[in-house]
Design a protein around this ligand. Structure first.
Ligand code: T5A
Length: 209
């Protein structure tokens, strides 16, 4: 059984990761490829429990503690969900992964990137995505989508400068690792954005799309 492929989708709030992940998973499944769609934080029972703690908004986490919890959830997710699926030959499409911790906790909230590197080495030694699609969207467009969905609260709580820093961080992550990452214009409507993503999956991974 050939090992599966691990694809992550990254980007700011409302960039369209969930919409694109769903579309890619449907297309791969239609082509006969076993596929698993999952998300972070979460994706395994323990990791979902940590997601509730992290995103409930009741605790103003210390940045190091928050990053540790993100990586604890991630380790649980990889061990219980992602690795078994890859071993069974599935293609795994994951909505956010470790780049989100670098962009949000480090570049957004000011955590020292050395902490991120240290936690990564402990939690996921030698493990990384085969491909990361980085959805690039101006912060104002993300805000407009949040308003259109009637849920601007979290977006507004963090502020426009925070989202601008996160966007810049994702752009730099993609630029620094072009072998793993592809930067996509998330201003594109859903179907053209899917077409761009499918092109990347075909050319880099031989996807049957
Ligand atoms: N977080 C997460 C950290 O701080 N550190 C970490 O390490 C991790 C893993 C996750 C939160 O946790 C933080 C980041 C986040 O703040 P979440 O609820 O999972 O929270 O939030 P997001 O991942 O940001 O999910 P969103 O739903 O906000 O955004 P998506 O998934 O990027 O966007 P999507 O597909 O839901 O679409 C949003 C809206 O835009 C429309 C959709 O219809 C929807 O209304 N849309 C488009 N409109 C126009 N063109 C397109 N191409 C569109 N695609 C979607």
């Amino acid at each position: 059984m050939p090992r599966g492929v691990f694809i992550t989708l990254e980007g700011g709030e409302g960039a369209g990761k969930t919409t694109l992940a769903r579309r890619l998973a449907e297309a791969l499944a239609l082509a006969g490829q076993p596929v698993l769609r999952t998300r972070e934080p979460g994706g395994a029972p323990g990791a979902e429990a940590l997601r509730a703690l992290l995103l409930s908004g009741d605790v103003a986490w210390d940045p190091v503690a928050e990053a540790m919890l993100m990586f604890a959830a991630r380790r649980e997710h990889v061990a219980k969900t992602i690795e078994p699926a890859l071993a069974a030959g599935a293609w795994v499409i994951c909505d956010r992964f470790a780049d989100s911790t670098l962009a949000y906790q480090c570049h957004g909230h000011g955590l020292d990137p050395a902490v991120w590197h240290g936690l990564y080495d402990v939690a996921l030694p030698g493990f990384e995505p085969d491909l990361t699609l980085v959805l690039d969207l101006p912060a104002e467009a993300g805000m407009a989508r949040a308003v259109a969905r009637g849920a601007p609260d979290r977006f507004e709580r963090l502020g426009p400068e925070f989202h601008a820093r996160v966007r810049e961080a994702f752009r730099r992550i993609a630029e620094a690792d072009p072998r793993r990452c592809a930067l996509l214009d998330a201003l594109l409507p859903p179907e053209p954005l899917y077409a761009e993503a499918a092109k990347v999956l075909r050319s880099r991974l031989g996807a049957p799309l």
